[in-house]
Design a protein around this ligand. Structure first.
Ligand code: GCU
Length: 339
C-alpha cells in the first residue's frame, strides 16, 4: 500500500516537472513570449555547413546584440519546415516569419523574379552584384509586398551549371533526350527546352532521391550545392556552362514586418545586410573548395564552349521586348563594363 502511494507521488512529481519545463520551453520559443522577447521563426533549405546557414547564424547573434536580447531568431535548416514553396505559403499567412528562397522559386508569386532565370544576362559575378546592389536589385526586393513577401537582402548563389548521371554536356546537343531537374521557374523550363533537353521542376530536398531513382537524368546548380547535397554521389559529370546566376533572397513576412517597431526593423535590416556581406565572402571560398572536393571524389568536370549555349538561347529574349522584364534587361545591360 505504502509502495503504491509513493509510486503515485513520484509519478505525480515527474508529471509536474515535465509540464513545467514544457511550458517554460513553450514560452521561450514562442514569439512575443511573456518576457517581451520576440523570437522569429526562420526556415531555409541548406545544410548546416552551407554559407547561407553560417551567415544566418551570425545574423541571429548580431540581432540579439543590437536589440540587447529583445529579439532573436530560431533557425530551421535542411527544409525541415517544408520546401521553399511551402515556406513562401507560410510567410504569406504569417505562420513563418522569415525564409530564404532562390528568386527562381518566387516566380509564381512575383513574375518579375523570372528575370534571373534568363541565361547569360550577366557578364560576371561583379556585374551581377552591381545589379543586385543597385536600383533594380533594391526595387525587386520590394516587388513581392502584395504577396506579403518583403526581401531583406540577397545571398550569393554563384552561377548554375548542368550535372548529369551518364555523360558530360559539351554542347547543347548533348542535352537531347535528357530530363533535367530545374527549380520552380517556367523560364528555367523554357531554357532547358530551348537548349534541347526537357525539364522537370522538383523541390530541392527531393532531388537526391529523384536522381537516384532515375526520375531525372541530371540537374543544374552551383558547385557548393552540388557538393553539400552529395548529388555527386549519383551524378558523375559536372559541365561548367554557367548558364544562369540566380541569387537567393532572405524574405520576411510583411505580417511580421508590420508588427515590428521602426527601431526593431532597423536592427533586423542591419543584421541582414551584415549577413549578406559575410555570406558573399564565404561563397567564393566555398565554390573553390567544392570544385576541388568533387574532383577528388572522381567527378569529371568539363568547361564547354559557352558561346554554343549563348547562341542557342538567343530566341528566348525576343518575347520580352517592351515588357517589364525586357525593360529590366535594358537596365542590366547598362551596367555592363564599357557601356
Ligand atoms: C541553390 C539555391 C537554393 C535553391 C537550390 C535549388 O542551392 O541556393 O536557394 O533552392 O539551388 O536548386 O533548388
Amino acid at each position: 500500500m505504502k509502495k503504491s502511494v509513493s509510486n503515485f507521488l513520484s509519478g505525480l512529481l515527474i508529471g509536474i516537472i515535465v509540464s513545467v519545463s514544457s511550458f517554460a520551453l513553450f514560452v521561450k520559443y514562442n514569439k512575443n513570449s511573456g518576457d517581451g522577447k520576440k523570437v522569429l521563426k526562420l526556415a531555409h533549405n541548406q545544410d548546416n555547413k552551407h554559407p547561407v546557414h553560417l551567415a544566418l547564424v551570425q545574423m541571429k547573434k548580431r540581432l540579439e546584440e543590437l536589440s540587447n536580447g529583445t529579439i532573436s531568431m530560431n533557425i530551421h535548416g535542411s527544409s525541415v519546415l517544408g520546401n521553399t514553396a511551402n515556406c513562401i505559403e507560410q510567410l504569406s499567412t504569417g505562420k513563418l516569419d522569415l525564409s530564404t528562397s532562390s528568386v527562381a522559386n518566387m516566380e509564381a508569386f512575383v513574375p518579375e523574379m523570372g528575370l534571373f532565370s534568363l541565361p547569360y544576362i550577366f557578364e560576371d559575378g561583379e556585374h551581377y552584384w552591381n545589379v543586385l546592389n543597385g536600383k533594380l536589385g533594391k526595387t525587386l526586393l520590394q516587388a513581392g509586398e502584395s504577396k506579403k513577401l518583403r526581401g531583406l537582402c540577397y545571398f550569393d548563389a554563384g552561377s548554375r551549371s548542368f550535372y548529369t548521371k551518364n555523360k558530360a554536356i559539351n554542347t547543347p546537343d548533348d542535352l537531347k533526350g535528357l530530363k533535367i531537374r530545374v527549380m520552380s521557374s517556367p523560364i528555367a523550363i523554357d531554357m532547358v527546352k530551348c537548349l534541347g533537353g526537357s525539364a522537370t521542376p522538383i523541390a530541392f530536398g527531393e532531388l537526391y532521391g529523384a536522381l537516384q531513382q532515375g526520375v531525372v537524368d541530371g540537374a543544374e546548380n552551383n558547385p557548393p550545392s552540388f557538393y553539400t547535397t552529395k548529388h555527386y554521389n549519383v551524378c558523375k559529370f559536372l559541365s561548367m556552362d554557367e548558364h544562369t546566376r540566380v541569387p537567393d533572397t532572405l524574405l520576411i513576412s510583411t505580417i511580421t514586418w508590420d508588427k515590428l517597431s521602426p527601431q526593431e526593423r532597423k536592427w533586423l535590416q542591419i543584421a541582414a545586410d551584415e549577413a549578406s556581406k559575410l555570406q558573399r565572402e564565404l561563397w567564393a571560398k566555398k565554390t573553390t573548395d567544392a570544385l576541388k572536393a568533387v574532383e577528388e571524389a572522381g567527378i569529371k568536370i568539363n568547361y564547354p564552349d559557352k558561346k554554343l549555349f549563348m547562341e542557342k538561347v538567343k530566341p528566348m529574349y525576343k518575347p520580352y521586348e517592351g515588357s517589364k522584364i525586357g525593360n529590366m534587361l535594358k537596365e542590366i545591360d547598362k551596367l555592363k563594363k564599357g557601356k
